[in-house]
Design a protein around this ligand. Structure first.
Ligand code: BTN
Length: 333
């Protein structure tokens, strides 16, 4: 019911919503509305109440409450339920647990902080309280396991678009799915799947956005940044989360129809930070290790499978995500 009340208050903007209207929208009694308004105030929402006028939302806390995110999610969105946590080991781990217990597509797990946030290639993901958006969405696509990498690429486009809409910041994508702002990373995506032979049980798309971090530890500050550091403005994390998921759902629907990245190639390539630039391909994944074989070339963009096309001296190569790492010639991008 808090979801319906918050939705009605938010839709009214700087206007009042009458108690009667809230009763009708939430389908409950006056008393139930009073009780929930009082609870929302305790949760940190500023709600002005004026006799004969009703209620107006004048401020909200920077906390990722499930009711709040659900109230912002658009009608018809892929997201059907939000489970929020103050602290959790990893939203990906929780989403996978839920999926294994039969949770349907469209459940989003979100957390204020993660005690064991996970990145790609076994790395950890910095997840301090109040700094970021840490969330994982459960999907049950009817596609082949080999097509799942496409979901990660469209998640990168959707997140980048959401950051632009909510935070007015133009980001770029470092292939395959890091989002960068001024050549530093502000978002990472970890997609995990459970499949048997050619049949997918579930996919979990985990998105971590560095939203309001004021600084990063020395060991990652060369590579990592946040929206706040780059723009000087605090991001509305709940809005960022809900717009990202809504947008992702739109791209995902289209992807499921065509089962190809063809409709997204131009958009993705227009955001690609290394488009037509020289890149270093690291084979063997061991970026610092001596045994890594490297090759340089000019990145041209992705094809309909999501592979990165690179022109090298030895000819044009199609680089498949997961096999290699691609860097700029002199650093991370
Ligand atoms: C990367 O290495 O770039 C991927 C980072 C993904 C981090 C997100 S935060 C939400 C979700 N839960 C996790 O444990 N990881 C992902």
């Amino acid at each position: 019911m808090k979801k319906e009340i918050l939705k009605a208050l938010r839709e009214a903007g700087e206007g009042f919503v009458s108690g009667q209207s809230l009763c009708e929208k939430a389908g409950v009694t006056r008393q139930a509305v009073w009780k929930n308004i009082a609870q929302l105030k305790q949760m940190g929402y500023d709600i002005e109440s004026v006799p004969n006028k009703g209620y107006m939302l004048t401020g909200f806390p920077d906390i990722l409450y499930s009711e709040d995110i659900e109230s912002r999610i658009k009608e018809g969105s892929i997201c059907k339920r939000v489970e929020s946590h103050d602290i959790i080991d990893s939203t990906n781990i929780r989403a996978k647990q839920l999926a294994e217990q039969g949770e349907p597509e469209g459940t989003l797990v979100i957390a204020e902080r993660q005690s064991a946030g996970r990145g790609r290639r076994g790395r950890s993901w910095f997840s301090d309280a109040g700094t970021g958006v840490f969330m994982s969405l459960i999907l049950r696509p009817d596609i082949l396991p080999s097509e799942v990498s496409g979901i990660t690429l469209i998640a990168a486009i959707a997140t980048s678009k959401a950051i632009e809409e909510v935070c007015c910041a133009r980001t770029q994508i470092k292939w395959p799915n890091d989002i960068v702002l001024n050549r530093k990373k502000i978002c990472g995506i970890l997609t995990e799947m459970s499949a048997e032979m050619n049949c997918i049980n579930h996919v979990v798309v985990g998105i971590g956005i560095n939203a309001n971090n004021k600084s990063f530890d020395n060991d990652i500050s060369d590579v990592a940044t946040s929206i706040y550091i780059q723009t000087g403005k605090k991001a509305d994390r709940a809005q960022l989360a809900s717009v990202t998921i809504d947008k992702f759902g739109e791209y995902y629907r289209e992807f499921n129809k065509v089962l190809s990245l063809k409709p997204f190639i131009d958009e993705y390539n227009s955001m690609l930070v290394s488009k037509d630039k020289e890149v270093k391909i690291l084979y063997g994944m061991k970026e610092d290790a001596e045994e890594s074989r490297t090759q340089t070339g000019i990145a041209r963009g992705i094809d309909e499978t999501g592979a990165l096309i690179v022109d090298t001296k030895e000819g044009t190569k199609k680089i498949v995500s997961g096999e290699v790492s691609v860097r700029g010639l002199y650093g991370y991008v």
